[in-house]
Design a protein around this ligand. Structure first.
Ligand code: SF4
Length: 254
C-alpha cells in the first residue's frame, strides 16, 4: 500500500520550492495538445497517487527531481505563447497533480484570465477551502478524474487506501457547494478501464447522491495502451477490462 500523504510530502520537499512568496514547481515540457479540441498544455512534475495506468509515469507523475523550476509567471507566459500561436482558448497543467501547492496553479489561472483553465485533478486534495478558491475564479473549469468506479477499484489502481476514493466524490461536493455549476464549471471524469458494468452503475449512483446532474456528464476514460503503459500494467499485475490503442481504437491486452 502507498500512502498519498507520504507522496505529497515528498513532492513538497523535492518538486516544490517557495522563494520570496512565489511558489515554484518543476515542469518537464510544454506542448500544444489535441484534447478538448486543442489546448496549450504544461506537464508538471509530481503526483500524490501512483495509478497503474498513468501515461505520465515515466516522464512526470512518478518523478520528483527532474524538470525545470518555473514560477507561475513563467508557466503562464509559455502557455499563453502556445495558446496565441495556435489560436487555442484553453490551457491546462497536466502530467501530475496541479493542486499540490495549489497557490501555484491558482496564480497561473489568474495570469491567464482570458483563457479557460481546465483544471484536471484527481480530487484528493480539494477541501472546502480550496473549493472556494477554485470557484471564485470564473475562468477555471474543474475536471475531477475519479480512479475506478468503486473504493475497491480505486485501491487496486492506485495502491492507495480506499478511503481516498471518497475524497474524490467529496471534491465534487465541495466544488458544487461553493457555487460551481455541475456539468458546466465542474464535472467528473472516470477511469472505467478496470470496471465492470455493475461497478460503473455503482459509480453513477454515487455521483447521483452528490448531485443528480453529475451522471449526465461523466467523461469516461479508458486505459490507453502506450507501450510504456503496458509495461507498467504488467508490473502491477493489472489487466484492463476496456482499453484503447494509442490511435483511439478499442483494444485488448494480450
Ligand atoms: S492521479 Fe493522474 S497524474 Fe497522478 S498517477 Fe494517477 S493518472 Fe497519473
Amino acid at each position: 500500500m502507498i500512502d498519498p500523504e507520504m507522496l505529497l510530502a515528498l513532492v513538497m520537499q523535492r518538486a516544490v520550492r517557495v522563494d520570496r512568496g512565489i511558489v515554484y514547481r518543476r515542469y518537464a515540457r510544454f506542448r500544444a495538445d489535441r484534447w478538448y479540441g486543442g489546448i496549450a498544455t504544461a506537464d508538471v512534475v509530481g503526483c500524490n497517487l501512483r495509478c497503474g495506468m498513468c501515461w505520465a509515469w515515466r516522464s512526470t507523475s512518478y518523478q520528483l527531481a527532474r524538470g525545470e523550476w518555473l514560477s507561475p509567471g513563467d508557466v503562464a507566459e509559455r502557455l499563453g505563447r502556445i495558446a496565441r500561436s495556435r489560436g487555442f482558448g484553453q490551457v491546462r497543467i497536466s502530467g501530475g497533480e496541479p493542486l499540490i501547492a495549489a497557490q501555484h496553479a491558482l496564480r497561473v489561472a489568474d495570469l491567464l484570465g482570458k483563457y479557460t483553465f481546465i483544471l484536471e485533478t484527481n480530487g484528493t486534495l480539494v477541501d472546502s477551502k480550496l473549493a472556494r478558491e477554485l470557484s471564485s475564479r470564473p475562468n477555471i473549469v474543474v475536471r475531477v478524474s475519479i480512479k475506478g468506479a468503486t473504493p475497491e477499484e480505486f485501491e487496486r489502481i492506485t495502491l492507495s487506501p480506499r478511503q481516498y476514493f471518497y475524497r474524490q466524490l467529496d471534491a465534487l461536493r465541495h466544488l458544487i457547494e461553493s457555487g460551481m455549476k455541475p456539468c458546466a464549471d465542474v464535472y467528473p471524469a472516470a477511469m472505467l478501464g478496470f470496471s465492470t458494468d455493475k461497478s460503473a452503475r455503482e459509480l453513477k449512483r454515487a455521483l447521483e447522491a452528490v448531485d443528480p446532474r453529475l451522471p449526465e456528464c461523466i467523461d469516461v476514460e479508458y486505459v490507453i495502451l502506450y507501450p510504456h503503459v503496458v509495461r507498467l500494467l504488467r508490473a502491477r499485475g493489472l489487466r484492463p477490462t476496456r482499453a484503447v490503442s494509442p490511435g483511439g481504437v478499442p483494444a485488448f491486452m494480450v
